[in-house]
Design a protein around this ligand. Sequence first.
Ligand code: GTP
Length: 280
Amino acid sequence: MTIQWYPGHMAKAKREAEQKLKLVDFVIELVDARAPISSENPVLHGLLQNKPKMVVLMKKDLADPAITKAWLDYYKAEGIHALAIEANQKKDVQLVVQMAKDLARDKMDKLRAKGVRPRAARAMILGIPNVGKSTLINRLANKKAAQTGDRPGVTQKQQWIKVKKDFELLDTPGILWPKFEEEEVGYKLAAIGTIKDQILPKEDVAAYILDFMKTNYPSFLRERFGFEGYDDIMGAFEQIGQKRGCLESGGHVNFDKTSDVILQDLRNGKLGSVSFDHPE
Ligand SMILES: Nc1nc2c(ncn2[C@@H]2O[C@H](COP(=O)(O)OP(=O)(O)OP(=O)(O)O)[C@@H](O)[C@H]2O)c(=O)[nH]1
């Protein structure tokens, strides 16, 4: 889904998320493993008040494994429940269920302590566009999972997916906007495909990726495009365009097509497992 985030849309998304939040015991916040800080929503922390959350770093298959591990260590040190997954790996999805059950158990214990009969803990998935919300909901709602029927929501009926006996998930995610404030964050989000290609010029995003790779992953550049370093970015585009056949009549390199090649190669992992945010 592509959304242009105007202030009115942001206010509406925030209102909807707030309404859904009232219905749940804890939140599953999805971020992109390649940029866990840049892909956080800026206001979620405030919306949660003291509601427990777990963080799922999605698309770990596309991220640098060493940096993902550093992120998990960081979250652990901060006392935040977090794990990294590849949505197509069943065992990874089971880890999400397990961690959610642990959070649910806390809730159940609190209810029991108050003398209230425990009920299934309810959670919702929240995150910025394209982070993998629908994919994870579908994986958690495997065929055996039953719908538990309608329960009154605030403005509409909400459907709950019974993932486990003691853990139910709201079947629609909360969608919040990405960060826009810092230019570099914008480039990172555009690089991983989280904000629309129209928002930042494609060639600028492709140039950002090449510069980032030159500094952080030069060997991946060599493996994919046949060179490591370069002095001028135009020369790098020329080489890639020539190598990948992004040519116009007269044999000139087409920079627009070359940008597409760079963006696609990064987004589908062909440039290697690349992380844009570091915990420090
Ligand atoms: N490589 C990889 N791709 C994933 C993973 N999880 C989701 N995706 C892909 O990411 C893209 C976006 O996933 P969605 O589930 O549609 O994301 P969403 O957050 O629901 O997106 P919106 O509807 O825009 O809010 C899809 O192409 C998914 O196949 C993952 O773990 N690894």
